[in-house]
Design a protein around this ligand. Structure first.
Ligand code: ZN
Length: 167
């Protein structure tokens, strides 16, 4: 965004200017741009900040598969509350078995800065579900409840990174 503004300003200046002054102005512009790149984090300047129609169309396919699984989480809460250890495990390995792949498919399609965060939360969700599975194997309701709340928090944060119109 910032670079575009610079580019447009630079074009305007150059078009009204004679060649001898061009080099000094060019030097100045480069110095300002370089300062900004160092000062404001260069990598983010050139990253896209909006989705293309094609990216949105892709997310419209993959995002609902993830949000549908999120909607099923209350089932898991019921199993934990009723200490239904067998069904906790079945649920994690059954309906949630596809979750990890689904999260990854969405994460890679997000804007670069969001994709990185989404990947982090996808890893967190996977880790909490593994711990929840282990807690169920130990008949440990307290640990299971804790992991359930953690996985829910991380899942909601993940969904918050997805553009609203695709969820
Ligand atoms: Zn977490």
């Amino acid at each position: 965004m910032l670079l575009q503004v610079y580019a447009e300003c630079t074009m305007n200046i150059f078009s009204k200017m004679k060649w001898p002054r061009l080099r000094s102005v060019l030097g100045l512009v480069l110095a300002v741009v370089a300062t900004c790149l160092v000062g404001c984090g260069g990598a983010q300047v050139t990253q896209p900040t909006t989705y293309s129609a094609e990216q949105i169309a892709q997310l419209e396919i993959f995002a609902p598969r993830v949000t549908e699984l999120r909607d099923r989480f209350p089932e898991l809460e019921d199993y934990i509350q009723s200490k239904d250890w067998v069904n906790i495990s079945s649920f994690i390995h059954g309906p949630m078995g596809e979750l990890r792949v689904g999260l990854d498919r969405v994460a890679v399609r997000l804007l670069p800065q969001d994709a990185e965060q989404a990947q982090y939360y996808a890893d967190e969700i996977g880790a909490h579900l593994e711990k929840l599975d282990a807690a169920a194997a130990d008949y440990n309701q307290i640990a299971a409840g804790r992991e359930y709340r953690e996985v829910l928090d991380d899942f909601d944060t993940f969904i918050g990174l997805i553009p609203d119109e695709t969820t």
